[in-house]
Design a protein around this ligand. Structure first.
Ligand SMILES: O=C(O)CCC(=O)C(=O)O
Ligand SMILES: [Fe+2]
Length: 342
């Protein structure tokens, strides 16, 4: 499909002058692979406008959301109502917890086992270079108790984003031509299984172009991402072009998850992404995978299957999809390969 997204939806393309969300100049490695776009192809969606009482404003915003979901699979969400202070506290909390907690304390969470709700690890090899803390954020919120400010900041973000997620589900249901509650019910989002992954990518890697996190897609309805600085996250567009992701200050990056792809029989697609490159300061991100409820059987809805769109995925519960990877649920690895029938 030819993209006709209006220019007002696009983030400015002058990469070298773009400031990161904490006001610093983007410290990305300048040697981007040939053909790599520099963040000029990320739609911006105004969350408030999706619910505007002004029908014209609302309909324009809904049209933009439709293009962003169908032709891109990712977008920057602005005017979502989560204060900058909350997102700053989250990033500071991650930095404090991972940077200042003794390894012996963090190692309590190193062992992955059935039912593990918190997982910590640090990997430094050719295929992956990051320290991370993963936790189950919903339906019950789990978090290390110390420092309390970390727990509070994370809890506040997750509670507020849950409302934003439900709002997006309603807007997406409408643009798919369904009832407002369609996605929420189809994925049981109210008791959805959400996992937050907090990543710290160390600066000053000596080998240039190192992969920090290999190519993958993520399960779930959507994925939300907040960060302390741009640079590093790269996504492969549906048109086959790698793009460096830029997230304007105060915005949250939203990516279509694999379960929205399965439910819509591929009308909305998740996309491959990776983290790469060298930074001058440590890059901190919080990526939350907002899943269906664990026991929800997710399959393409009949509304999206017809002669020109044959059934492309088989159904299974979220839990079974995750377990079939040989991973524990807290690992929330991609499960779309088990679903594919074509
Ligand atoms: O840290 C990032 O920029 C992205 C990480 C990611 O893709 C993930 O944790 O699934
Ligand atoms: Fe990811």
């Amino acid at each position: 499909m030819v993209l006709t997204i209006p220019s007002s939806l696009l983030v400015p393309s002058n990469f070298s002058h773009q400031l990161s969300s904490n006001g610093a100049t983007i410290p990305i490695d300048s040697s981007s692979p040939a053909g790599m776009s520099v963040g000029d192809e990320i739609p911006t969606i105004d969350y408030l406008a999706l619910f505007s009482a002004d029908p014209n404003r609302r309909s324009t915003a809904m049209d933009r959301l439709s293009v962003a979901c169908e032709d891109y699979g990712f977008f920057n969400l602005v005017n979502h109502g989560i204060e900058d202070g909350v997102m700053d506290d989250v990033v500071r909390g991650i930095s404090d917890f991972l940077g200042e907690t003794a390894v012996e304390e963090k190692s309590k969470y190193r062992e992955v086992h059935t039912g593990a709700k918190i997982l910590w690890d640090s990997n430094c090899h050719a295929g992956e270079n990051r320290e991370y803390l993963k936790l189950v954020a919903r339906p019950q919120f789990h978090c290390p108790p110390h420092p309390p400010s970390f727990r509070e900041a994370l809890g506040e973000y997750q509670t507020k984003f849950h409302e934003v997620k439900l709002g997006l589900a309603r807007a997406m249901s409408l643009i798919l031509g369904q009832e407002e509650s369609y996605i929420e019910n189809a994925l049981h989002l109210e008791s959805g299984f959400d996992v937050a992954a907090m990543n710290v990518y160390p600066p000053n890697l000596h080998s240039k172009g190192s992969i920090r996190l290999p190519e993958h897609t993520d399960p779930g309805f959507i994925v939300s991402l907040v960060q302390n600085m741009d640079g590093g996250l790269q996504i492969l567009t549906h048109q086959g072009k790698w793009v460096n992701v830029l997230i304007p200050p105060s915005a949250i990056l939203i990516q279509v998850g694999e379960h929205l792809e399965i439910l819509t029989n591929g009308k909305y697609k998740s996309h491959i992404h990776r983290v790469s490159g060298n930074y001058k300061a440590k890059r901190i991100t919080m990526v939350t995978l907002h899943g269906p409820s664990e026991n929800k059987f997710v399959a393409p809805a009949p509304e999206f299957v017809d002669d020109s769109h044959p059934l492309a995925y088989r159904g299974m519960t979220y839990s079974d999809g995750l377990k079939a990877n040989g991973h524990y649920e807290i690992e929330v690895q991609s499960c779309i390969a088990q679903h594919r029938t074509l």
